[in-house]
Design a protein around this ligand. Structure first.
Ligand SMILES: *Cc1c(COP(=O)(O)O)cnc(C)c1O
Length: 378
């Protein structure tokens, strides 16, 4: 029910309607939340709670859900990366926690050069924010085991491993190799799996801390989730007496994320069926667009199928122009345009509502017709 105070982005602030064919993007508000999640947030928001008790209880439950020693919730995955690195620098020493970003002597944090991504902000900056020195190893397209062995010195505090379509997809050391070599030297491995769907696999592969965005695959409110070794999770909690204070999550966020985790099942037949139906609708709606061919593309690391338009080189418009036209209108149709240089525009099913594929198809046809008639005004 709406009250005088209730508003939606469209009615209250005059914003455009967004049709999200891009995916769980931070810049589009990430996941839309289920009624169960928003109800849990409202319930948690409505009463006082002992935050230490809440964190301990949630940490234990997250440990069970992820097959790890415990869990910690903060404001975002970006924050989670920083907190995990800080935890590896400081351990259980509250003096070091308060001293950051004056990092201790053991302050080198390794990352493969092909993993030094920008996910909206540079991952190296999240590492450096703690005072750590981010040390890139290998080349953009290749890392060899000896390069890691050479870099692992007594000043090395942690290794950050990124699982994402943003990284180089070949030539990188596999997680198992990184874990084996780092553990020989007692160096913890932090996995940034922000947008990934597998909540147990990286812990099972030996990662010491694993970070997820609460608002991406999990479908929770904007938040970050860290799970992993019990002593390092305790070290993350201790960071709340220092840097992590600036990155805390509130009780309502914790309630919502916990509900989303309970409801989350990556193999959920319903979600897979729903996505398959939307992909079929997208294919129907986008087949036959003049100047384009339709492709079905699969995500590099996750079981996600997307319909793509490839704008032929001889078409009288570019993929970039079409992406911009779709974005400019109302509704604003947002697509995955990061391969537009190759002429490829991808349409992601995950945040679409039924019927939206037809709306997208109609707009694509209309914009292509306008672009082809030479109205290339910018
Ligand atoms: C999205 C993303 C992040 C940042 O996640 P936020 O929760 O939005 O801070 C970090 N790393 C990778 C690989 C990502 O995809």
């Amino acid at each position: 029910m709406t009250s005088d105070l209730a508003f939606s982005p469209m009615t209250g602030l005059g914003l455009r309607r967004v049709v999200n064919a891009a995916g769980n993007m931070t810049y589009l508000g990430s996941s839309t939340l289920s009624p169960a999640v928003t109800e849990s947030m409202a319930a948690m928001a409505a009463s006082p709670v002992d935050m230490q008790e809440l964190k301990a209880a949630l940490g234990a439950r997250i440990g069970e859900m992820t097959g790890s020693g415990g869990g910690f919730i903060c404001s975002s995955a970006a924050a989670g990366i920083m907190i995990a690195v800080a935890a590896c620098l400081c351990g259980a020493d509250p003096g070091l926690v308060e001293a950051l970003p004056s990092a201790p002597a053991r302050r080198r944090v390794l990352i493969q050069r092909g993993h030094a991504v920008n996910f909206g902000a540079p991952i190296l900056q999240m590492i450096r924010l703690t005072g750590a020195e981010a040390v890139e190893i290998g080349a953009v397209n290749a890392t060899l085991p000896f390069q890691l062995q050479h870099a692992l010195d007594p000043e090395t505090a942690a290794f950050v491993y990124v699982v994402s379509h943003h990284t180089a997809q070949s030539g990188m050391l596999p997680l198992e190799t990184v874990v084996a070599l780092c553990h020989e030297r007692d160096v913890p491995v932090i996995v940034d799996a922000a947008a990934e769907m597998d909540l147990r696999g990286y812990v099972a592969a030996g990662a010491d801390l694993v970070i997820y965005s609460g608002h991406k695959a999990i479908g929770g409110p904007t938040s970050g989730l860290i799970c992993g070794r019990a002593d390092l999770i305790a070290a993350c909690m201790l960071q709340e007496k220092g840097l992590a204070r600036a990155m805390k999550a509130g009780k309502e966020t914790m309630g919502g994320l916990y509900q989303a985790l309970r409801d989350y099942a990556p193999a959920d037949a319903m979600a897979a069926e729903r996505q398959a139906a939307l992909v079929a609708e997208l294919e129907r709606a986008l087949t036959g667009v003049p100047g384009c061919e339709t492709l079905l593309l699969h995500d590099a690391t996750r079981p996600i199928a997307r319909v793509a338009l490839r704008v032929r080189p001889e078409a009288p418009f570019t993929a970039h122009e079409l992406v911009r036209r779709l974005e400019e209108g109302n509704p604003s149709i947002r697509v995955r345009g990061h391969r537009a240089d190759e002429g490829i525009i991808q349409f992601d099913p995950r945040q679409l509502a039924p019927g939206e594929p037809d709306l997208i198809g109609a707009r694509v046809y209309a914009e292509v017709a306008r672009l082809s008639n030479g109205s290339r005004s910018s």
